[in-house]
Design a protein around this ligand. Structure first.
Ligand SMILES: *Cc1c(COP(=O)(O)O)cnc(C)c1O
Length: 377
């Protein structure tokens, strides 16, 4: 691999994660592989191919732009568009695709999409407690009356849980689910039938079998990452201790330079690290441009030759320095593991999240699109 830095993707891990989710679902529930935002940093088209091969029923994206990009490679696939589009009424030509399933929050959007030829599937979003997209149950009646008076119909109804990942007791999610059931009843009472109903992302799919309905939307765990530690504990408490996820991504780089510094030398911008003895420093060509969080400055480690090496000094725009004094034989050109396994050692996206006070979602999603992706097994 003659790159400075690259990402290796395991197709085996994608297939295994997807199969483990499939085993949780009724045979009739559709599984959406959520690949928005450059597939959470894993590479959009690369992950689309892997999820397609692993048998995902739909792709989940945020925007019409992502949907169109996918369409150029997957002419027949169903694509769930989950984000809102401003001025959708001026973009009906782009939405004219019978295999686009579009989640909308407003009657104007239903009207705009209904005029598309061919017409996409239209799914109405209900806000059951997220406080984001959709409308609440109290507004639903009026929206439906408006649609009915114009002979507009919708094909599906969707909601999103706000805090399944954040807690172990799931009182709030249960309230949300009750609200969703009410919304479904309201639609059905108004004569909307054969609705595609959906509510679950990764965590809720694991924890609420009653909420699977007709489709689930799996993002983070398709990539082999747990939505949170709370989710992992909660699933264990339900007795499902054998549910496994396998990380799909390994992030690697090459050592590009090695220095031998005397005691009392400084490393990096701001001279925030000072050596206390003779120290060997390796320079890694990855910095915050490539997506390494600057909060890992003097905080975190990478793997070389099966050994852990501490990050010293500040993360630069395109470089990071490691203390490799204890690694025999270390050479320019050695492979560095930023995320992944090397021998007995492992650095995970969750380790990065802990070091940077964030969540694994942000860690992988922030890895630059410029980092090349390779499928390795
Ligand atoms: C991103 C997203 C998902 C996927 O969530 P994960 O927690 O990554 O599984 C599901 N539904 C909606 C509406 C989303 O925006």
């Amino acid at each position: 691999m003659n790159h400075r830095t690259w990402i290796e993707l395991s197709s085996r891990a994608v297939a295994s994660n997807l199969k483990n989710f499939r085993d949780l679902l009724k045979p009739t529930t559709l599984l959406t592989a959520v690949i928005k935002s450059n597939a959470y940093g894993h590479g959009f088209m690369e992950m689309a191919e892997l999820a397609f091969k692993a048998g995902a029923d739909l792709f989940g994206v945020n925007s019409i732009e992502e949907a169109k990009l996918l369409r150029s490679r997957f002419p027949e696939s169903k694509i769930l568009i989950m984000g809102e589009t401003p001025e959708i009424q001026s973009r009906t030509k782009e939405f004219s695709d019978s295999n686009f399933w579009v989640i909308v929050s407003r009657p104007e959007s239903v009207r705009a999409l209904d005029s598309c030829k061919p017409r996409p599937q239209i799914h109405l979003k209900v806000d059951t407690g997220m406080g984001r997209l959709g409308s609440s149950n109290s507004e639903l009646e009026q929206i439906l009356n408006e649609l009915i008076s114009e002979k507009l119909f919708v094909d599906g109804i969707a909601t999103h849980f706000a805090s399944t990942e954040d807690v172990i007791e799931q009182k709030y999610s249960k309230l949300q689910l009750d609200q969703f059931k009410k919304a479904v009843q309201t639609l059905e009472a108004k004569g909307f039938s054969k609705l595609v109903k959906h509510a679950c992302a990764s965590a809720s799919t694991m924890l609420f079998p009653d909420a699977h309905y007709d489709l689930v939307r799996i993002g983070i765990s398709l990539y082999g990452l747990w939505p949170s530690l709370q989710t992992r504990l909660s699933l264990h408490l339900t007795g499902k201790t054998d549910f496994q996820l396998e990380p799909v991504m390994s992030w690697k780089a090459k050592v590009v330079h090695i220095r031998n510094l005397h005691a009392d030398s400084f490393v990096g911008y701001g001279s925030t690290f000072q050596t206390s003895a003779q120290t060997k420093i390796a320079v890694i060509p990855v910095g915050y441009y490539e997506g390494l969080d600057r909060k890992l400055s003097n905080n975190g480690s990478m793997l070389i030759r099966g050994k852990r090496a501490k990050i010293v000094g500040r993360i630069c725009m395109n470089m990071t320095m490691l203390d490799v004094t204890h690694i025999p034989g270390i050479s320019v050109g050695d492979t560095v593991t930023i995320i992944g396994k090397d021998g007995e050692e492992e650095v995970t996206a969750d380790d990065h999240a802990n070091w940077a006070y964030t969540i694994n979602y942000e860690v992988t999603t922030r890895i630059s699109e410029s980092v090349p992706k390779y499928v390795v097994d």
